[in-house]
Design a protein around this ligand. Structure first.
Ligand code: AMP
Ligand code: MG
Length: 661
């Protein structure tokens, strides 16, 4: 039998489709992932969009547009933590159940919201409620349970059965939030904690970055909207949902346009609508050979500059298409769900994050052993999703082993590893670097424990802009020294003077620690401007006067702080009234003086300025960092040291009144 010389119309169509499917791939030019990103990013804007002012109630999950500096202290005053009596700790020495001490009650009861009027003088006590303002003269609160009310003919008094230490049951002004400190950094996403912090400072609105609007479309004749019955051959449009959610996670506002059949005219109309109303457009599907590269053809008609990249040497994700229409990025993701999500995270999420004002995320990587051999295609950089398992000898990375069509592969993976384009396999038991994915709670990249300073906020802020998240824990200089010696932190900011040599910080060095110069800050005698007792005098005169008049109250600092060493040096053994009042920060000292609970103290110049106080310079002190040598090579530590020396950082430190070293 001879073959049918005249094929029917139907067979002709089939043959045509098979030819089309078998045709060579139509990628313009397959480029590396690095080259693809370079071409794309040089054509698109990556700066945060304009700011908008939102009421706090509407600001949840939005991104802070400009650093928020705390305008007030929280608590705003030294505050009682229990119901009881405000006393002078020195008067309680020796009190015990057998030998209670008597205190005459002052004619005042400090409930919440009451501004105290009566000074607590020797041998007296003032009734105070939890949350009450500590009155002038008092430096401790005793619990009501430790006292007994004495009601006789004489003035009402209490008997106290237990001695109190200075500072007992007091929260000092600014111990929660210190005025002038960077409360929230630009690029921070607002959660309930941030809302609370803003409200605690009295702020009712906040400047946030406008969210980029991202149009999300899917194409495929087989696609069915979730919620509808699945017809034979149908597949639920999962990309549309997952991409929209990932857009929101990256800080964008997803605008869902739904799924379209593989029809060029319909898809083109939808794409044009999306481009009109959105900042970025993401389409998934229509990329395989079978579809004849429908999406590519549609995108090529939308406008200039048009398609920049079509085909990337990476697996999964080869058919990725990157375009710019006007000034709007347009991305076609491969239809296969794992490929779509992978390429979204690699190429689209960083742009959305940048436009949304979120700091770029430094890639978090861990080293892990790969127990099995993974074959790989030559010529394409291959990304393999892995699950991580903690073993005795470290982490083990198992390939999740699902193809690029799997929806769950990405969500179940802890990270991915890359196999070089030039390797045909990763051998069993190789060590690999795994890049972590997902929103799992992020451990800090850098731990800083010691004395806090507002210029430290500048350095930490610059570090955050490079994608590194530092946690600062204010434990005072001595606390920092101990933490560094025990290796509990990476860096310890300190400012302690060696009383014998007069040199700062060098004496704190121990084996395994290095000293990194920070900046100098001027310490001084501070008082309320217009206080005639101090106005117009120099430090020595002011000090002499303060020591001579018992009605003048000082506010001290906590033992272990550098400032305390300075104060004790100035006082040369004298113990003026108020010495026992020992808050733990410059801010609390300034607040006590500004609020007339004390008359003078020692603090740094920028803080004095912040509270509108007068300042008589005493001596510069050196604020340096103890560096734990074993951690010097960590990426976040290296970045910190770099940022510290960076000219823009130094300029900002100078603007705060410090001199960088
Ligand atoms: P395509 O890029 O259109 O050739 O699609 C490749 C594969 O991904 C096919 O198996 C499609 O069914 C699947 N796919 C495409 N778009 C989606 C989508 N929106 N949701 C789920 N699967 C999809
Ligand atoms: Mg398709």
């Amino acid at each position: 039998m001879s073959p049918d010389p005249k094929p029917t119309k139907r067979t002709a169509a089939i043959v045509d489709a098979v030819r089309r499917a078998a045709r060579q791939e139509q990628f313009l030019e397959v480029v590396s992932a690095v080259e693809a990103r370079r071409r794309f990013e040089e054509r698109i804007a990556r700066s945060p969009l304009a700011a908008e002012l939102l009421p706090l109630a509407a600001a949840l999950y939005r991104v802070i547009a400009a650093d928020v500096v705390a305008p007030v202290d929280a608590p705003p005053f030294d505050r009682a933590n229990v119901d009881g009596f405000a006393v002078r700790a020195a008067d309680t020495i020796g009190a015990s159940p057998g030998t209670p001490k008597l205190f005459v009650l002052n004619a005042e009861v400090i409930a919440c919201g009451v501004d105290p009027a009566v000074e607590v003088t020797a041998g007296t006590a003032t009734a105070i409620a939890t949350g009450g303002v500590i009155p002038r003269g008092a430096d401790a609160v005793v619990m009501i349970e430790q006292t007994e009310l004495m009601e006789g003919d004489a003035a009402p008094s209490i008997a106290l059965r237990r001695a109190a230490a200075s500072g007992q049951f007091i929260s000092y002004a600014g111990s929660d939030i210190a005025r002038g400190e960077t409360l929230l950094r630009r690029g921070t996403r607002i959660g309930s904690r941030e809302v609370g912090m803003l409200a605690a400072c009295g702020l009712s609105s906040v400047e946030v970055v406008r969210r980029p609007r991202v149009g999300v479309l899917s194409t495929g004749d087989e696609l069915v909207e979730p919620g509808r019955p699945l017809r034979p051959g149908g597949v639920y449009d999962s990309n549309g949902a997952i991409v929209a959610a990932a857009v929101a996670e990256a800080g964008g506002e997803a605008v869902s346009f739904g799924a379209y059949p593989d029809d060029e005219a319909t898809l083109e109309r939808a794409m044009r609508r999306a481009l009109d109303s959105c900042d970025i457009v993401v389409l998934s599907g229509g990329t395989s050979k079978g579809a004849g590269d429908l999406s590519h053809r549609v995108v090529s008609r939308l406008g200039s500059p048009g398609i920049l990249v079509h085909g990337v040497a990476l697996k999964p994700g080869k058919p990725l298409c990157l375009a710019v229409i006007g000034d709007k990025p347009l991305i076609v993701l491969p239809g296969f769900p794992t490929s779509a999500i992978f390429t979204f995270h690699a190429f689209v999420a960083p742009i959305i994050r940048a436009r949304a004002g979120l700091a770029s995320e430094a890639a978090r990587t861990v080293r892990a052993r790969v127990p099995v051999r993974i074959a790989s295609e030559l010529g394409r950089e291959e990304f393999v999703l892995v699950s991580l398992i903690a073993a005795d000898d470290g982490l083990i990375a198992f390939p999740t082993g699902k193809g690029s069509g799997a929806v769950t592969a990405f969500s179940q993976a802890d990270g991915f590893l890359a196999i070089d384009a030039l390797a045909s396999a990763l051998d069993a038991d190789s060590e690999a670097e795994v890049t972590l994915i997902g929103e799992n709670e992020r451990a800090p990249d850098l731990v800083i424990m010691g004395s806090h300073d507002i210029a430290l906020d500048v350095v930490v802020g610059a570090l955050a802009e490079r994608g590194f998240h530092a946690r600062t824990i204010a434990v005072g200089s001595l606390g920092g020294v101990h933490a560094a010696r025990r290796g509990e932190c990476d860096l310890a900011p300190v400012h302690l003077v060696d009383p014998t040599s007069g040199i700062y910080n060098k004496h704190l060095l121990a084996p395994g620690l290095a000293l990194v110069p920070g900046w100098r800050r001027m310490q001084g005698f501070i008082f309320r401007p217009g206080d005639a007792r101090f106005e117009g005098r120099n430090v020595d005169e002011a000090l002499e006067l303060a020591l001579a008049d018992p009605a003048i109250l000082m506010v001290n600092r906590n033992a272990g702080s550098g400032t305390r060493v300075l104060v004790d040096g100035l006082l040369r053994g004298a113990r003026p009234s108020g010495y026992a009042n020992q808050p733990r920060s410059h801010n609390a000292v300034a607040a006590a003086i500004a609020q007339r609970r004390a008359d003078w103290g020692v603090a740094i110049e920028p803080v004095a300025r912040l509270y509108g106080l007068a300042f008589l310079p005493i001596a510069p002190e050196q604020y340096d960092f103890l560096l734990v040598e074993a951690r010097r090579d960590r990426p976040a530590v290296r970045q910190f040291l770099e940022v510290l020396r960076d000219e823009p950082t130094r300029t900002r430190i100078r603007a705060l009144g410090m001199e960088p070293g």
